[in-house]
Design a protein around this ligand. Structure first.
Ligand code: HEC
Length: 240
């Protein structure tokens, strides 16, 4: 009987270890899947904003629009900021346009963005930079794509004296000038909080682990009792 209890203990222990390791592997797998999925979404969003910006810059150039106070809301970066704000309120995805030579101090890069910009500067073929970071003590995924100077950008980002007058007035500390075609101008930066989604995955898995463990303990106990009864009966039969 004592021997049997030892066996019971060992079986329960092994079952618990197996369930636990399956749960940990599952969590890692689901977390990786979540991250890949979110990074894919970030890429789409960043590309969408990039093309919207390009379209605005080209349209303003083709339509020969004057760059003044009235048309300022259509300028790529300003339109991008406004679209970003609406997008954030609707989805929680944070969208920014940053540059180490910023025109508006609000577009100054943070440490992660600075690293990304340095990588883009080092490697002209790099099309994205991503990673895990923390913003306001929340875990976030970050994703950046580079923005290079095209023909349509030069109107507002070439020599200081050549940029539209109202930009010179509005941004007296402007760093975003003297660019030439093909230069790295900055990046589109996306940040997405994932702590809630990860907590949800964790919660689901903990729930599943507990249910499976309790189920398995019942099953093993049942088999153990049935086995003991059978052995006892056999022993009784043999002795009688
Ligand atoms: C009509 C003028 C105009 C054109 C054309 C233009 N920009 Fe800008 N750009 C601005 C202004 C104004 C700002 C500052 C926006 C703000 O206050 O946030 C700016 C800011 C930016 C920023 C944010 C960082 C910073 O310097 O504050 C990036 C990145 C940028 N522009 C890239 C580009 C690219 C790339 C193009 C071409 C596809 C382009 N811009 C075309 C006027 C322009």
């Amino acid at each position: 009987m004592k021997k049997n209890f030892k066996l019971y203990g060992i079986i329960i222990f092994v079952v618990a270890i197996v369930i636990l390791s399956i749960s940990v592997t599952n969590f890692q797998k689901q977390s990786t899947m979540l991250r890949d999925e979110v990074f894919d979404k970030c890429k789409m969003i960043a590309l969408e904003l990039k093309h919207t910006r390009e379209y605005l810059a080209e349209t303003m150039a083709i339509a020969n629009m004057e760059h003044n106070e009235a048309t300022r809301l259509l300028m790529p970066a300003i339109a991008g900021n406004e679209i970003g704000k609406k997008f954030y309120n609707a989805t929680g995805y944070r969208l920014r346009q940053v540059s180490s030579k910023y025109r508006n101090p609000k577009n100054r890069p943070d440490i992660f963005e600075e690293k990304a910009l340095a990588e883009f500067e080092n490697d002209k073929n790099l099309t994205e930079y991503k990673g895990v970071d923390e913003i306001e003590s929340k875990k976030v995924l970050r994703y950046l794509i580079p923005l290079h100077i095209e023909e349509a950008c030069l109107k507002c980002h070439s020599a200081k004296e050549a940029v539209p007058g109202f930009i010179q007035e509005e941004y007296p500390e402007d760093n975003a000038t003297d660019y030439t075609f093909g230069d790295l101008r900055g990046a589109i930066s996306v940040a997405v909080p994932i702590d809630r989604a990860e907590a949800e995955i964790k919660g689901n898995l903990i729930h599943m682990t507990i249910v499976t463990t309790v189920g398995m303990v019942f099953l093993v106990t049942f088999v153990f009792i049935a086995m003991n009864i059978t052995i006892k009966r056999k022993e009784e039969k043999a002795s009688s």
